[in-house]
Design a protein around this ligand. Sequence first.
Ligand code: FAD
Length: 392
Amino acid sequence: MARIVITGGSFGGLTAAFDLRRHLGKKAEIVLVCDTDKFVFIPSLPWVSMGWRSPGNITLQLDRMLKPKRIKFLHEEAVGVDADASKVITKKQEIPYDYLVIATGPDLVFSAVPGLGEHAGCIFTLEHAVRARIALERFLENPGPVVIGSVQGVSCFGPMYEYACELDTELRKRKMRHKVPITFVTSEPYVGHFGISGLRNSRRIMEDEFAARDIKVIANQAVEEFTAGEVRLKDGTRLEHRLAVFAPPMAGVKAVFHLGNPKGFIPVDDHYRHTRFRNIFSAGVAVAIAPPEQTPVPTGVPKTGSMTEEMAKQAAAAIAGEITGKPVPEAEPVGALCIMDMGNTAALMKARPVLPPRQEAVLRAGVVYKWMKLGFEKYYLWKIRRGLTQLP
Ligand SMILES: Cc1cc2nc3c(=O)[nH]c(=O)nc-3n(C[C@H](O)[C@H](O)[C@H](O)COP(=O)(O)OP(=O)(O)OC[C@H]3O[C@@H](n4cnc5c(N)ncnc54)[C@H](O)[C@@H]3O)c2cc1C
């Protein structure tokens, strides 16, 4: 019986695991190795940082989801992969595999800018989002200028747009907005670029949105340093802050870094198979995607939840095809479908393929999408708990 090992228990790892079980039935042993025992619905982290959600609302126990599908769960951190010997290495054991799916997401590179993570908060993990909520509560007792944004090299821009608009909404609710000047700083060449060269009229929509909310924008900028009271930009501008929240750049995690490109992201073919190691596949943030253009300040391409799931499904289909001898569906370039929260409203974004030129590009803002975003969180948690992986 083939043994398939999956590292990572989030959007990519779970989708691959459940799809492989569905494709292969009893023909494979499936082992999922994850350094945490919980699935976290990451898209709701900005709401955790606002105090609009608690961690319990958006987490599920991995063993309870995997056991009914006969997927073995190992709550262990992978510390390495010996690709020549086909083994995943943890602190406790070596796990041989016939196929490996790498879905370990990113390492967050706080060392990219001095003071990042220390003087500028983050909302990219559950622990960070909880800390950001505590920092926000403290800030609200003694409000002042806020600087929000994305430093050079960032690829995941959307959450910082969400955070800026959500903070604006929260402050207005509390009748405190007039006490808080908000500046949005980004490495993107313009707001609404999102690391994907924009989406339809995303530039105009985001410029109008920030203007309407009285959020000052500084785009195409790199950050030199964060201090306790200032964000210092490369061009010499100094922005005073009492609260700074920034996205960090990402890299591949240490355990698989040596299998990746210079940033540790895994190079793959159209079926998400490693370009060198034929029994290794990858999905999600762990995968290397070249940017569509070189931006004046470096930026990367975001890998969203829906992109991750599409990658994992294609990788699972390719592995299953190889094991069963059944034909593998033709590779499809992945698309992105997400709803960006804006506090009191939201925007639906759809791109297929993700990078231009595109067959389909949709961007619509409105309160109806806020309701869709709220409903999607509940629906997603309901469906992944049951091992259902169909795409919307
Ligand atoms: C704040 C925020 C908001 C977002 N909002 C949206 C949104 O609204 N819509 C959308 O489509 N996308 C959104 N995204 C993107 C989305 O969260 C990612 O696309 C998705 O999480 C990628 O899934 P993944 O499985 O590749 O990696 P991750 O979700 O990062 O999961 C990686 C998994 O690997 C595990 N792991 C890491 N290292 C090891 C190791 N050494 N050994 C074992 N396990 C390991 C981790 O614990 C985790 O379980 C958002 C991202 C962020 C940060």
